[in-house]
Design a protein around this ligand. Sequence first.
Ligand SMILES: *[C@@H]1O[C@H](CO)[C@@H](O)[C@H](O)[C@H]1NC(C)=O
Ligand SMILES: *[C@@H]1O[C@H](CO)[C@@H](O)[C@H](O)[C@H]1NC(C)=O
Ligand SMILES: *[C@@H]1O[C@H](CO)[C@@H](O)[C@H](O)[C@H]1NC(C)=O
Length: 245
Amino acid sequence: MRLTSSLILNAVLCAAVPPVPRQQKPPAFFLAGDSTTASNGGWGDAFLTVLEGGATGQNEGRSGATTVSYINGEGVELLQGLVTDNTDDYDCYVTLQFGHNDQASTANITMDQFQSNLQFMSEKITAAGGTPIILTPLTRRTFTNGTLDDSLANVSEASRKAAQAAGVPMLDLNAASKAYVQAIGSSDADTYNLAFGDWTHLNEHGATVFARIVADLVEEWRLAFDGYITPDEELSEKIKEGIYA
Ligand SMILES: *[C@@H]1O[C@H](CO)[C@@H](O)[C@H](O)[C@H]1NC(C)=O
Ligand SMILES: *[C@@H]1O[C@H](CO)[C@@H](O)[C@H](O)[C@H]1NC(C)=O
Ligand SMILES: *[C@@H]1O[C@H](CO)[C@@H](O)[C@H](O)[C@H]1NC(C)=O
């Protein structure tokens, strides 16, 4: 009787012992997208500056890019190369944020094509050993009668569908950035414009704020990034409260 119960106890204890954890690698973030991610106008460079604790990254945003031009311009091969070159030392994540240029009528890209292009990119990144993260596009900051224009609704919807179909994580940057911009209003939002009347691209101040929105979404998605993203609680709190920062 004693023997039996102690055997049972042993079995229970053994089962409860967690496996030896794999040494955790720091994350690497490779940022793919259009000019709203790219250097000089996007949030990408500012996001890279908040990485710490051995985390790294590279901004591969391309001004004017659609999913079609990015794929045709060997962007996927580039991302795959970055993942395979870094996967020994890092957990590799690739953010995909497109839509601003894809939705222009001159691009001649249907929403179905846009969605399948995002799925294609996701599959290639996964095959290379990376984790794709689809971001819905950063909001523009144009208002009509005090209400923020919802001008990226179709590409945001297609981005969500692509993430769901590909079974990859989706961070709703469009919703988060819209909520913040609507809350602060148009005249404060104008202070983030890269140039007068440019309600799409970001100056350095804007890049800092919207990179923090991305960082907060990333951390909410995966709390394990704690220690790899430098916190700025004051800025995060203001964004959450919809107070101009
Ligand atoms: C748009 O794309 C479709 C399908 O790819 C093609 O048949 C059509 O010629 C294109 N239109 C223009 C104006 O480029
Ligand atoms: C904005 O306000 C003007 C003036 O009140 C009005 O004529 C117009 O229809 C409004 N536009 C929208 C989209 O609500
Ligand atoms: C997507 O929405 C925008 C803004 O409403 C519109 O201008 C564009 O024509 C739409 N594109 C497609 C392909 O549906």
